[in-house]
Structure formats: C-alpha cells, structure tokens
Design a protein around this ligand. Structure first.
Ligand code: ASP
Ligand code: MG
Length: 411
C-alpha cells in the first residue's frame, strides 16, 4: 500500500475556494495510486478567535476545557473538507485525534504525543481513499482532549507518518503545504536575493526553525529526526517541489559551508557586574532562573581581574522583568556590584552542517562583520552554528553581509 501524508495549514484551508485547491492537490495523489492521510489545521484566524473567546468567558480558562475549545477549529476543517471529497466521489472520512487514537501526556495546551496506535487506522485506510485527520489534537491519559501547542498540526502530520511507517515497515513521506514554497537561506523579506533550499538536514532545520524561520513547528522537526521521516515543505499555491528536510549526508557536508543565515530579534542582554569569581557563582544565578522556567540563551563570563568578573546572558523580552528580579536578588546575596540590561540587541547566526568539514567559518563571519563595521557583543558556537549578538539597528546589514559572504545570494 502506497501511503502519503499531506498537511495543509490554516491559510490553505481558509475558505471554500482554498479548500477546493487543496482538494485538487489531494485528488492528484489519489490518482497516482496513493492512500492519502490529509492532516488539516483550523481555518486561518480560527484558533486565535477561539483563544479570544476563552478569555472573554473566563479570566483563567480551565486548561482541559481550553483545549476542548481550541480543538474545535480543526474539527470544523476536517468535517468540511471530508464533505468536499465525498462530493467529488472520493471515499473519505474524518478522524479526530482521540479516534486515531493519538495519546498524549496531560500537559494541556502544549501536550506531547506519547503513542499512536496505528493498526486500526491502517485498516480504515484500506477501506477509504483518503482519511482527513484533525491536526493539533490528541487525548490525555485522563481521557480529556489535548492540544499540541501553536503550530502543532505539523507535529500531528509527522507523527502519523512515523506511526504508519513503523506499522508498515517502510518510509511514509510527509508533505507539509503552507503559503511559502519552501525553506529559504534567510528571510526573503529582509534579504530579497535569499534562495530556496532544495535539501536541508534535520539539525539545520532545527536551528533555522528555532531562530525565526518559522516554517515548521520545532517539535515536528524533532519528531521527524527521531523517526527519520522525510518531510517536504511546499506551497499549496504553486507546483514547486519545495524543500526536503531529511537525514544529513556526505553531499550536504561537502557542498556548502553555510546553508542559511537565521536571526532573532527577541533578545535582551543582562549583565551582572563585579561578581566575585569563585565556585558556585554561576549556579547561584542560573539555578533560580531555570527553576522559574526562564530560558537563557547565550552566556558569557568575562576574564576575571583581581578575583572579580562580569557575567552576561540573554533572555527573551517576555522574561526580562522576571529575570531582572531574580538577578537583582542574587546580586545582593553574592555581593556583586550591580545589574544592567540592554534590550536593543539581536542575534544573527550562520548555520550549516558543512562546518563539520570546513574550518575558518567563524573567522570568515567575524571578518565580514568587521568590514561592515558591525560590533559583536557576544558570541556562541556549536558544531553547526555560529551566533553573534549585535546592536538591533545593525541586524539587517549583518544578515545581508553574511548572506553574501557565504555565497547564498541568488540571481
Ligand atoms: N490551529 C493551530 C494553530 O493555529 C495549530 C496549527 O495551525 O498547526 O496554532
Ligand atoms: Mg504552521
């Protein structure tokens, strides 16, 4: 049995006209002999509307009921779309998360998939040409409806592809249709010569996704990586074949040093000045932050002089106030001199598995920024990424410079 998973986002199923375009895409695959699992998001704007409603009704919506409400957006989409398929003479039916069944943990609003029993689903797929499955939802161990976090339909699609693949013992491809035609070397709105990438590794995609290239939900990429699901990102509105997100191979490492330039405007730099340089100081600062779920991104400790140093770290804007509160408290406790912050900063990163094979990428990036007269405030590196914190007003110039330096500009 040839199976394909096709996922369509909210803008692709916004109204009847859009849904008819989607139907044509699905019928194409049915004509090729595929049994198709169509995973749908709520129609554009619908989830936001439901969120608003929840807060009109309640100051603090009950988490389980909140999920039961949000999940209706997808229920609407799959029912409507299944009707359209039936009208076209296709044997189709809808499936909600609990009917699949997609079991999750009990973390309402951001539930994680625990298991999918695909056996029964597979039997149904033998009887139908197309199954239209609601994205974004599952059910908890307490037998309540859960949702998988915003953008979660991507994860639903990858997860059902993984489950069917393992049930059948073969790869099941997952096509994620959206309103862009693939993953780009950087945001084309900032750098018009940005190019579409044909093939990218899971790890690169994770770095791109976590830094503002918001094409796929990060969890879906983690899932795809874990279960080796080939994921295609393509546009509903063109016939381009899109970008393949897949396992890293030799050719990827050989061909280019850098695959993309990502950036993140959501950074604030906090510095704690005049810190005594002794064991336990980092722990006394970062343990309380982590205990309060404040995500720290970059960290730098200055070389110490006479046993005194400065510690600098970055967090997102939404955590600034809380981070300052805890940092000022620690500052007093350890006898540091004071706390400063700067919210006019941004992070630019070059990403590529090619860095594993090529040396000198960091030097090239720093020289390029120097030539463009851009001051680097902080640096962090990993095997496949070099990130620099810079002043926010120089971000665009930095992204453009690095994009050109690493040969990513298209015609
Ligand atoms: N409808 C949900 C959202 O808007 C899930 C999704 O679209 O993937 O976040
Ligand atoms: Mg999305």
């Amino acid at each position: 049995m040839k199976i394909l998973v096709q996922k369509f986002g909210g803008s692709s199923v916004a109204d009847l006209e859009c849904m008819k375009k989607v139907r044509a895409k699905v019928l194409n695959e049915v004509a090729q002999g595929y049994k198709v699992v169509v995973v749908l998001s709520a129609r554009a704007g619908q989830t936001n509307k439901l969120v608003e409603m929840a807060y009109q009704w309640s100051d603090e919506p009950n988490p389980a009921e909140y999920d039961a409400l949000l999940a209706t957006g997808e229920q609407e989409s799959v029912a409507l779309f299944s009707m359209l398929l039936s009208d076209a003479g296709v044997k189709a039916r809808s499936f909600l998360g609990f009917q699949v069944p997609i079991l999750t943990d009990n973390a309402y609003n951001t539930a994680r998939i625990v298991s999918i029993e695909a056996g029964q689903f597979l039997q149904e797929l033998k009887r139908f040409d197309v199954i239209v499955m609601a994205g974004f939802q599952g059910y908890s161990m307490e037998n309540r409806i859960t949702t998988l976090g915003r953008g979660g339909s991507d994860t639903s699609a990858v997860a059902i592809a993984a489950a069917l693949g393992s049930e059948l013992g073969q790869d099941v491809d997952c096509h994620i249709y959206t309103d862009v035609d693939g993953v780009y070397t950087t945001d084309p709105r900032m750098v018009p010569p940005a190019k579409k990438i044909d093939k990218i590794s899971y790890d690169e995609m994770l770095e791109m996704a976590s830094m503002g290239a918001k094409v796929l939900q990060i969890r879906s990429v983690e899932f795809a990586k874990k279960y080796k699901v080939p994921v295609w990102v393509r546009s509903t509105f063109t016939n381009d074949k899109g970008t393949l997100v897949t396992q890293e191979d030799e050719s990827m490492m050989e061909s280019v040093m850098v695959s993309g330039v990502a950036f993140d405007k959501d950074q604030v730099r906090i510095t704690i000045l005049g810190v005594p340089d002794q064991p336990g100081i980092s722990a006394s600062l970062f343990v309380p932050l982590s205990d309060h779920d404040i995500l720290v991104d970059m960290i730098v400790q200055k070389a110490s002089r006479d046993g005194i140093t400065d510690m600098t770290y970055t967090v997102s804007h939404k955590d600034l106030k809380r981070a300052l509160t805890y940092t000022e408290k620690v500052c007093k406790e350890i006898g540091a001199q004071g706390v400063e912050y700067d919210d006019q900063v941004a992070k630019v990163s070059v990403i590529g598995v090619g860095m594993r094979n090529h040396s000198g990428v960091a030097a090239m990036a720093f020289s390029a920024l120097h030539k463009a007269n851009i001051n680097i405030l902080m640096i962090s590196t990993s095997e496949i990424k070099i990130s620099c914190l810079i002043h926010a007003d120089q971000l665009e110039k930095a992204v453009q410079t690095l994009h050109t330096t690493f040969g990513l500009d298209g015609e």
